[in-house]
Ligand binder design. Structure first.
Ligand code: NAD
Length: 305
């Protein structure tokens, strides 16, 4: 029987550990840690994410501020907003909600966030700290996955880990974090030859691609631990038949679409020793880690160990 790695449970643990740290910061500094989220344009999915980030901050007694700017905002105006946030003492963390409108250079914008307030860990300075094994804010999704593996007492050291996907947000930082935990790491991507045979070497397989059920029984070594980062909406009946069992297919027919990860749900349940479901696996960890990163930025800025 494969074990289901429950992201909601780990999220709740991480959030409950945040509470005393917020109280300690309030006691030391007279103010809660502050997170500013910058949202440009009106992307409905981004609006949902931003609301749940500021709501979680409030639940933990933190200060969450959303700065909403119109889609027409010029790059220089956005840079000025970020510079003002860099200067504000009561803001410990700044998050730029992606994607940004096309006329804005996202790299330039991310570069303008003060590295000590970069709660997403996307600034090249913080990417450099990660790649050289130094302390600093880590990208939330991969950092949450490490927390998940550790809290389920899954050994990372000495294991073969394969990460599918090389984005700056998930794949690359995931690979560095696994390396830091002494795994032997392989990174695969869209130009990799014979993806299946490389994936089958994995004791820990992380899928961060964004393709519905790309990884199937051909990619999973029996007994592997499989972490599925992908969130994909399936809308085609033919695709749904390839992916879902009869019960889920009935759900699909009722709702007209269903979410699935990058790993085939039936195959992973049958072959792996443990896996993250979609939804309910990796997804819930990201916001909890964002809160933890904000608290850690506040602690570093106030000199608390
Ligand atoms: P991305 O599009 O930036 O990167 C995708 C990567 O997959 C690329 O590096 C590409 O080389 C690789 N790839 C594409 N096709 C491939 C193929 N056929 N074989 C092998 N590799 C291939 O995406 P991302 O931002 O890294 O996100 C990946 C997925 O994770 C998406 O579904 C996204 O929605 C999801 N995501 C989830 C969370 C969460 O909180 N659970 C957070 C971030 C991203």
């Amino acid at each position: 029987m494969s074990r289901i790695l429950d992201g909601n449970r780990i999220r709740d643990q991480i959030k409950s550990e945040c509470l005393p740290r917020v109280e300690r910061l309030v006691a030391r500094t007279g103010r809660p840690p502050g997170l500013a989220v910058v949202l440009v344009g009106d992307n409905p999915a981004s609006e949902v994410y931003v609301r749940s980030k500021t709501k979680t901050a409030a639940e933990l007694g933190m200060m969450g501020e959303t700065i909403t700017l119109p889609a027409s905002t010029e790059e220089d105006e956005l840079l000025a907003v970020i510079e003002a946030l860099n200067q504000r003492r009561e803001i410990d963390g700044i998050l730029i909600q992606l994607p940004l409108p096309h006329h804005v250079d996202a790299q330039r914008v991310l570069l303008s966030v003060a590295p000590d307030k970069d709660v997403d860990g996307f600034h090249p300075y913080n990417a450099g700290l990660l790649s050289t094994g130094r302390e600093g804010p880590r990208p939330c999704t991969p950092a949450g996955i490490i927390q998940m593996l550790k809290r389920y007492e899954i050994t990372i050291e000495g294991k073969n880990a394969v990460v599918v996907g090389r984005s700056d947000i998930v794949g690359k930082p995931m690979a560095f974090l696994l390396l830091q935990e002494n795994a032997t790491v392989t990174i695969c991507h869209s130009r990799t030859h014979d993806l299946a045979s490389i994936c089958r070497t994995a004791d820990i397989l992380v899928a961060a691609v964004g393709r519905p059920a790309l990884l199937t029984e051909d990619h999973i070594k029996p007994g592997a631990v499989v972490i599925d980062v992908g969130i994909n909406r399936v809308e085609s009946r033919v695709e749904a038949e390839r992916i879902f069992d009869a019960k889920r297919l009935a759900d699909f027919d009722r709702r007209g679409s269903l979410l699935v990860g990058d790993v085939h749900p039936g195959d992973v349940a049958r072959l792996s020793s443990a896996y993250t479901p979609v939804p309910g696996g990796v997804g819930p960890l990201t916001i909890a880690m964002l809160m933890r990163n904000t608290i850690e930025c506040a602690e570093r800025r106030t000199g608390i160990e």
